[in-house]
Unconditional design. Structure first.
Length: 406
């Protein structure tokens, strides 16, 4: 079989809107398994040539795998959606990079020849399965937390901002722009091809847009928020690692931090040969991907390193990339990645990002991947890079390219 036949191509990408991840949010009454199952059915509806019996695997990223998100949600959701017994499934966790990592693992399996047609993505219902409710040892066991350098993520964002010399006004300006770009994207229908409304049991629409976007957000309004991540225990760990004279500036607040969200996203991937056999039209190709780890106190900087690895494997430079989707895990994070890689802000998160639309942890990376694909098509551009930083210093990245231009 030729190398081209083992190319990993992207057939489709779908996602739910992001709902407010708290009681009263538009999706707070929807079980996470229903979010996934409806997207599986949507993939089948949208791709008439697809027969679910041909699916080799379903890979699902999910961070808090307990309660309604426990017991291998990927496999059970496929069964619940009415897909054949022969469709396998696995649920994985690379913290906030889980949804993107599921896509990368699927791409690896296809490139290696172990699978030919895989659905990959992620889900998180943060209103129904709250963050930290799994009581994992990284944060819930004091001995483990101390030995592994656990700090609050908002504090880690302040630490990044302190080291980089970012000012409060710079962070607020970035956050305001995220909301303004997301609102413009909503109004312009930029998410129309990827977005699948969530409906109730009677077919009524519960949510058809990202619920958290506030297009009227301004720097002046954000300036009124008080910083909220100062933490004595985290400060002590940072000083122990970086020196007793370290003073971490408290800069981030609820307006420059991502709101928690409910949502799911899926991507349909195939080998080029299998896509031809099944008459499935590729929209893009996964060119390369990579993951990285950094020390856990600074934590939120691994996206940049993962991006560099993915670009190196793609034999590309930043100059070859048209669009960048960098997860907005606090305002300092994309600003640092942009500075380190030399990214033009005009190419960065062009339709807004997580600060505006919300962070559905296990689903976010897959949402960014689908958004990058849609933006490339709309703007008639070629290459996008997607990167996400996660807890404990983890990060993942993917490079995708429009298939009709390769």
């Amino acid at each position: 079989m030729s190398d081209a036949a083992r190319d990993v191509v992207v057939i489709d990408a779908v996602r739910t809107p992001r709902g407010k991840g708290r009681p009263g949010g538009a999706l707070s009454q929807v079980k996470p398994i229903d979010l996934v199952a409806e997207l599986l059915r949507a993939l089948a509806r949208r791709n008439e040539a697809l027969d679910a019996r041909d699916i080799d695997d379903v890979l699902l990223g999910c961070v808090t795998q307990s309660g309604e998100q426990g017991a291998n949600l990927a496999r059970v959701a496929a069964l619940y959606a009415g897909w054949p017994d022969g469709v396998s499934g696995a649920t994985l966790n690379r913290f906030c990079a889980s949804g993107l990592d599921a896509i990368n693992v699927a791409a690896s399996k296809i490139a290696a020849g172990s699978d030919d047609l895989v659905v990959a993505g992620g889900v998180e219902s943060m209103s129904r399965v709250p963050i930290f409710s799994d009581k994992g040892p990284w944060f819930a066991d004091p001995e483990v937390a101390e030995r592994t350098g656990f700090v609050q993520m908002g504090f880690a964002a302040d630490l990044v901002a302190t080291f980089e010399g970012f000012e409060r006004a710079e962070l607020d300006a970035y956050a305001a722009r995220s909301h303004q770009r997301a609102a413009a994207a909503q109004q312009g229908g930029h998410f129309a091809r990827t977005l699948e409304p969530v409906r109730d049991g009677s077919g009524g629409v519960l949510l058809d847009h990202d619920e958290l976007v506030r297009g009227d957000t301004t720097v002046e309004a954000l300036a009124r928020f008080e910083p909220c991540f100062a933490d004595a225990a985290s400060s002590a760990k940072a000083r122990a690692r970086y020196g007793d004279d370290l003073v971490v500036r408290a800069l981030h607040h609820r307006g420059s931090s991502p709101s928690l969200a409910d949502g799911a996203a899926l991507v349909l991937l195939a080998s080029r040969q299998r896509a031809r056999e099944l008459c499935l039209a590729p929209r893009a190709r996964v060119v390369a991907h990579g993951n990285a780890s950094v020390e856990p106190v600074l934590m939120l900087t691994a996206a940049g390193r993962a991006a560099e690895r993915a670009l190196a494997r793609a034999a590309m430079t930043v100059g070859d990339v048209d669009l960048f989707e960098i997860n907005e895990a606090f305002a300092a994070v994309p600003l640092k990645v942009a500075r380190d890689l030399g990214i033009d802000h005009a190419q960065l998160n062009v339709d807004g990002g997580t600060l505006a639309m919300g962070h559905a942890m296990g689903a976010t990376g897959a949402m960014l991947f689908g958004g990058a694909l849609e933006a490339l098509e709309r703007r008639d551009e070629r290459v996008a890079l997607v990167a996400v930083s996660g807890g404990a210093g983890l990060g993942s990245a993917s490079v995708l390219a429009r298939d009709d231009e390769i």
